[in-house]
Design a protein around this ligand. Sequence first.
Ligand SMILES: Nc1ncnc2c1ncn2[C@@H]1O[C@H](COP(=O)(O)OP(=O)(O)OP(=O)(O)O)[C@@H](O)[C@H]1O
Length: 213
Amino acid sequence: MGPDIEMDQLSLQLNGVTILPPITARLKAGQLHVITGPNGAGKSSLMKALLGLLPHSGDIRRHWPGKPGKVAYVPQQTAFEPSLPVTVQEFLLSSLNRRAFFGRRRKQDLQRVAELLQQVGMEGKEHLRLGQLSGGERQRLLFAQALEQQALFWCLDEPMTGLDQQAQEIITAAIQQLRQQGATLLVIQHDPAWTEQHADCIWKVEDGLRRSA
Ligand SMILES: Nc1ncnc2c1ncn2[C@@H]1O[C@H](COP(=O)(O)OP(=O)(O)OP(=O)(O)O)[C@@H](O)[C@H]1O
């Protein structure tokens, strides 16, 4: 089971600008929390703060029901250096095996990479270089890498952006499965229909954070 996330007077300032006024809230474990709000309201910054990637004041506490599990983060926009000589397969192998770039590749690792790619609808793309991937493919690859970590706390920043219909359905099904497995999921999402259909809790970021459903 994933953690409860507690924020106690959490506030964010960047370069002297207040991005978020103090927030006190608790996100329940094992639920799919959708975070909505207008552009620039501070959704991504809040998510990064919850992941420990941005300095903040106040407290953030993760209450794990048992031993702390892994955390997965799929950011909003990703770019890979086009000249980087790394293939999709090598990138995923590096999540499975610390010596991905050296030594022999184990058959079971290659099989696992193929399975992960299949799970995100990217079968057969093993040998593309990271810089050759489209925006939607980059998103799906990062999702596949996160799946391998078997994380119990997931932060997904607009995971459907740039995805075609089929890919959206694949990622939605994966999100539903993670929820069934007890993960705590935070999903930044602008699409009200998707939110209505899938969210357990809806939070709105606008001059703070409040629960809207
Ligand atoms: N380093 C920085 N210094 C000052 N302001 C910043 C900095 N980084 C981000 N901001 C501002 O913080 C605000 C919140 O940004 P954030 O990316 O969290 O918004 P968001 O709600 O995720 O927006 P969107 O829906 O457009 O993705 C924005 O107004 C942005 O311009």
